[in-house]
Structure formats: C-alpha cells, structure tokens
Design a protein around this ligand. Sequence first.
Ligand SMILES: CC(C)(COP(=O)(O)OP(=O)(O)OC[C@H]1O[C@@H](n2cnc3c(N)ncnc32)[C@H](O)[C@@H]1OP(=O)(O)O)[C@@H](O)C(=O)NCCC(=O)NCCS
Length: 152
Amino acid sequence: MQIRIVANGQHPDAVAALLAELPEWFGIEAANHAYVEEARSLPTVVAIHDAQVVGACLVRRHFPEAAEIELLAVRSSHHRHGIGRQILERVEADARAHGVELLQVKTLGPSAQYEPYERTRRFYRAVGFLPLEEHLHLWANDPCLVMVKPLA
Ligand SMILES: CC(C)(COP(=O)(O)OP(=O)(O)OC[C@H]1O[C@@H](n2cnc3c(N)ncnc32)[C@H](O)[C@@H]1OP(=O)(O)O)[C@@H](O)C(=O)NCCC(=O)NCCS
C-alpha cells in the first residue's frame, strides 16, 4: 500500500471523520469533540493514501524531554498495513530531532477487559512501548494504562 506521511499540518475534519469511523475505540461524543478541537492546534502527523487521510496522530509536548501521543487513529479498512507504525516512526523522528527523550501514551487498561483495546495494546507493545502503570482513578469511568517508550 502506497502511503505518504505528512507532518506539521492541521486536519480537524479528517480527524473527525476517522473518529466517526472507529466507534469501538472512540464512542464518547464529548471526547471526540475535544480531540477535534485539539486537532486545530496540536502538531499532527497524517498518513495519506489515494489523496485521502487514512491515519492521524496528535502529539502534545509536556516538557522539553517528554511528549505524549494524544490521539492515534487509522481507518479500520486500512488496519494492519503498517500505517500506524509508519506514522509513529515519523512522530518519533520529529520528537527526537527536537530533543524529546520519552514518549508516553495513555490507553484503556487491561482490567477493562475490552477486546478492541487489547489489539491497541498489542500494537503499542509491537512498536516498542512498555506498560508503566494502570491508574484506576485517573479517568472518570475507565482504567487508564500509561505506556512509555524511551527515544534516546
Ligand atoms: C492501533 C492502530 C493505530 C494501529 O495501526 P495499524 O496501522 O493497524 O498497525 P500496523 O499495521 O502499523 O501494526 C504494526 C504492528 O503492531 C502489531 N499489531 C497491530 N494491530 C494488531 C492487532 N490487531 N493484533 C495484534 N497485533 C497488532 C503487529 O505486530 C503489527 O505488525 P505486523 O502487522 O507486521 O504483525 C490502529 O489499529 C487503530 O487505529 N486502532 C483503533 C484506534 C486505536 O486503538 N487508537 C489508539 C488509541 S490509544
């Protein structure tokens, strides 16, 4: 699959379309609205296929050394074609170039026992993230797993 990775633009409409297509992962309307608002200003890396955005990642810098993947989504029809991996490779390269040494992502924890996010955690493990801690009270209703990847 021919994919082009593009960084540094803003793609709120494409992010909204991706979220709408992935209800098993992004089923909370208020949270989706917040992601789309964030997509208006946060650095975004997108994957383009046939002139369409098929994947997107929003990145938030917390400290000079630390950044967070705020959102990562690939169109479901395009899963398992290496697009998530390629997007993250670009995110990581750009982060390293700006001095970031540690990348984190917060995702649904294993104690939720929800299968779609088991796939998500397998993806993050496959691309080098390690589970750091599962917080049971950080999010209102769900366990939150913090995963980290050293970039140095
Ligand atoms: C998670 C997600 C971004 C991964 O993107 P992707 O393009 O499908 O993943 P890739 O093809 O780059 O996968 C890279 C590796 O991760 C692992 N992996 C990915 N999906 C997997 C799955 N469903 N089951 C097991 N391993 C998986 C594999 O090792 C894979 O390499 P391989 O295909 O050569 O075996 C995508 O599936 C997605 O958008 N999921 C829904 C939303 C989501 O979970 N976002 C993250 C929220 S925190």
